[in-house]
Ligand binder design. Structure first.
Ligand code: PHE
Length: 350
């Protein structure tokens, strides 16, 4: 083997050994660099005759082309290897089944609230929303609840730090403050007509939302839901309350033979007052009286705090527990399940 063929072989071998592009560039310098072995051979041609230069030059050129070809081949091989390694590292298995996005749904209590709004909506009731952080005035005082009422104690109500009697200072313990808030707005809107002795459109509203009490067991949660109902007009009676609420319960539970009982009770803001119990005639709860709401004829003091004359305006209010309605409708026996956020429980309502 002549000297040039040996050089080409040795270049090929050293390129083959180069494991990285940097190694390869070093190997290249040894042959094609300024003082590389091939470059040295070319420098040696200066001493040759013109004829010798021709043959020797052609031979060296061939060797150079062979070395360059070997270099490029190795470069390509290293680049391919790198690409393969990268592809392997970022492997994407297109045959895997797609990842499905879980289908969300409404919370069972939200389903109940929607249902309540829809049923009362069909009976001409508006839906009102109000603040969960309330003032003493709206939550208690305006509702004829005296200063020394136990519901006002620290044990029963969450107070907000830094609040005062005129600024919102507690988490509302019921949705009843919405009776006052909504009625005051309504009265304001119809002030001119009222002042002119022309009366006003009846107040017919429900106010669903979150409420808070210092209570926690299987049937009480510190945060729970209520839905207030209020109907005020010039001639609204307890009979209307019975009809509306009976209709609501039968529609809500999809049961015509549901029986209601209005059991005398006491609330500072209604007089007379009644707890509303329902009884199913069939199904697992048949025969038991189940309390679902407090209610009563709105107290004259409260009517006055709405900005209305209790001699002319009268009506009723009720407050029911959507959480309890949800438990009864779906046969759930622990209220806390609604607020644990366990998807295994919640997904059963979709
Ligand atoms: N706010 C009362 C409660 O939380 C319920 C109620 C509402 C009673 C309206 C009468 C009228 O217990």
């Amino acid at each position: 083997m002549n000297e040039l063929d040996a050089l080409v072989d040795s270049a090929r071998a050293s390129f083959e050994q180069a494991a990285t592009p940097a190694d390869l560039e070093n190997a290249k310098a040894q042959f094609l660099g300024k003082s590389g072995r091939l470059t040295e051979l070319m420098k040696g041609m200066a001493a040759l005759s013109v004829d010798e230069k021709k043959t020797r030059g052609a031979a060296i050129n061939l060797a150079k082309q062979a070395i360059e070809a070997a270099l490029n081949a190795r470069r390509q091989a290293l680049a391919d290897a790198e690409l393969q390694a990268q592809l392997k590292a970022e492997a994407l298995d297109v045959t895997l089944p797609g990842r499905q996005r879980g289908q969300g749904g409404l919370h069972p209590v939200s389903l109940t609230l929607e249902r309540i709004e829809q049923i009362f909506g069909s009976m001409g009731f508006d839906v009102a929303q109000g603040p969960e952080i309330e003032t003493d005035w709206f939550n208690f005082t305006a509702l004829n609840t005296p200063e020394d009422h136990p519901a006002r104690s620290m044990h029963d109500t969450f107070y907000v730090e830094g609040g005062s009697a005129s600024a919102p200072n507690l988490l509302r313990t019921h949705t009843s403050p919405m009776q006052i808030r909504h009625a005051v707005q309504h009265v304001k809107r119809h002030r001119d007509r009222l002042d002119a002795g022309q009366g006003m459109p009846e107040i017919r509203v429900i106010a669903p939302g979150r409420t808070y009490r210092v209570d926690s067991d299987a049937t009480h949660s510190p945060m729970f839901h209520q839905c207030e109902g209020l109907w005020i007009g010039e001639n609204v009676s307890f009979k209307d309350l019975k009809v509306v609420f009976t209709d609501f319960c039968r529609t809500f539970f999809e049961s015509d033979d549901l029986v209601l009982r209005f059991r005398p009770s006491f609330f500072p803001f209604t007089e007379p007052s009644a707890e509303i119990d329902i009884q199913f005639q069939t199904g697992p709860l048949a025969g038991r009286w189940l309390e679902v709401a407090g209610s009563g004829q709105v107290h004259p003091h409260v009517v006055r705090n709405m900005g209305l004359d209790p001699e002319h305006f009268i009506g009723f209010a009720f407050g029911m527990g959507p959480d309890r309605l949800t438990m009864l409708r779906y046969g759930v026996n622990d209220l806390r399940l609604f607020f644990d956020g366990d998807i295994r429980f919640l997904s059963q309502f979709q």
